[in-house]
Design a protein around this ligand. Structure first.
Ligand code: HAM
Length: 431
């Protein structure tokens, strides 16, 4: 039997985000929506769980996400018309967006789709600062038929420039951008071969994941975090010299647009990102205030993903930012959210005054003002104290005499001044 006196706590790797901290979260979300709209992105909402197969095929069997980190369960059929299937809490949202693009035939419009999303993702990782099992992403994807320009390096650069705008709008300054190209279905096999050849003599000394990946998906060897394997990984060939002409030109076009718009970046040929769908451009923005989990956000191009999920050709590029990590970076840079205290505290004074207080509060709220209301049983001193603790600048006193006279005493807690104001003038005085 469970001990019913034991308080129940949030599950490991999950947490509650409480006010006033939530206002910093809202600040990031509001800034993102504002910036995305300037770039003509529109919101998409997809389910929080999907068929496991979507992630196995989309993200890749050999990735840490699919191999080790998914919250998966068998959903048993409850009626003859249903079938049992394996379901998974989404570990990321690009696969879900592309599934929705295919399912709703969004490509048939012939237009580029510019979609963004905000919501929780789930990965069973070892929790630490900046790494949670339920975490929050804001992401965006640009995809469409090639005739809509979805393959253009201008799209890659636009997404990256938008992110630099977002970081400025949010107030994060100390970021760096790391850029790479991981090639395409034509040139990647040659790089994989080079990796296999280079691994041949050393891989038997490396970890079990590396030994398996060297055979199945050598690029993923570069994701290994085992310290003893790192010197061997550092000696492996890099992708740059294996890019074919088309990928090379695409990458240099992305870089020249970033140069023209004044975005600083370093090319990091070791950065392959931990998901299999990437082709050509990949990028990460990092922040020094995050500690070991330094990636603020990451993204890249995924030109074959739609086809691998049974859809039409729909090249695309996107990113997801870690909202949890944005908030940590903002705190590290000393950015605070704007104060959100109500404007006035309505203090009913004496028996029978609650209805009058509620009436005035309702009138003020209808006019868009945020107010808080006390109780008729409170002494005036308690009302003043409550208002002060909540950071509310004005107290409106409602007693029998005030109601009869149609005028209220308004006390400015900052100056200590008290004035009598008629009902009609009250909004003006409080504003
Ligand atoms: P990702 O790099 O796996 O990419 O995740 C993006 C961001 O989510 C990371 O840079 C990090 O800020 C945050 N993040 C990831 N895991 C955690 C965690 N356990 N706790 C806290 N934050 C975390 C993707 O998810 C791709 N879908 C991005 C993308 C969109 N690529 C193309 N389109």
């Amino acid at each position: 039997m469970a001990d019913t006196r034991q308080p129940i706590k949030a599950v490991r790797g999950t947490r509650d985000i409480l006010p006033p901290d939530t206002s910093l979260w809202q600040h990031v979300e509001d800034s993102a929506r504002r910036v995305f709209h300037r770039y003509n992105f529109h919101e998409i909402r997809t389910p929080i769980f999907e068929a496991t197969e979507l992630f196995a095929r989309g993200v890749g069997e050999e990735t840490d996400i699919v191999g080790k980190e998914m919250f998966t369960w068998e959903d048993k059929a409850r009626a003859q018309s249903e079938r049992s299937q394996s379901l998974t809490l989404r570990p990321e949202n690009t696969a879900g967006v592309v599934r929705a693009y295919i399912e709703h035939k969004l490509g048939e419009s012939g237009m580029l789709q510019k979609l963004y999303y905000v919501g929780p993702q789930f990965r069973r990782e070892r929790p630490q600062k900046g790494r949670y099992r339920q975490f929050y992403q804001i992401g965006a994807e640009v995809l469409g038929p090639p005739s809509a320009g979805s393959e253009s390096p201008a799209r890659d650069a636009e997404v990256i420039v938008m992110l630099a705008d977002l970081l400025r709008e949010v107030g994060i300054q100390q970021w760096s951008l790391h850029l790479n190209s991981v090639g395409c279905a034509d040139c990647r096999p040659k790089y994989n071969e080079a990796l296999r050849a280079a691994l041949k003599d050393v891989v038997h000394t490396m970890c079990a994941d590396c030994r398996r990946r060297a055979v199945n998906n050598p690029l993923r060897v570069l994701d290994c975090k085992v310290p003893e394997d790192q010197p061997k990984i550092a000696a492996l060939p890099t992708i740059g010299q294996y890019l074919d002409e088309k990928c090379r030109v695409h990458f240099s076009e992305v870089k020249s647009i970033l140069d023209a718009t004044g975005i600083r970046y370093d090319v990091n040929e070791r950065m392959v990102r931990g998901i299999d769908y990437y082709t050509r451009t990949t990028f990460e923005f990092s922040h020094g205030g995050l500690g070991a989990q330094s990636a603020l956000l990451g993204g890249g191009r995924y030109d074959g993903l739609s086809e691998s999920l049974g859809g039409p050709k729909a090249p695309g590029i996107g990113f997801a930012l870690g909202l949890d990590r944005f908030v940590i970076a903002l705190e590290a840079e000393g950015v605070t959210a704007p104060a959100t205290a109500p404007r006035a505290y309505i203090a009913p004074l004496g028996a029978g005054m609650n209805p009058e207080a509620a009436k005035l509060a309702h009138e003020l709220r209808e006019q868009g003002m945020a107010v808080e209301v006390g109780d008729e049983s409170f002494r005036l001193k308690k009302s003043f104290e409550s208002a002060e603790r909540a950071g509310i600048p004005f107290v409106v006193i409602i007693g029998e005499n005030e109601v009869k006279a149609g005028a209220f005493a308004v006390k400015d807690l900052t100056s200590g001044e008290q004035v009598t104001v008629s009902r009609g003038e009250i909004v003006k005085t409080l504003s």
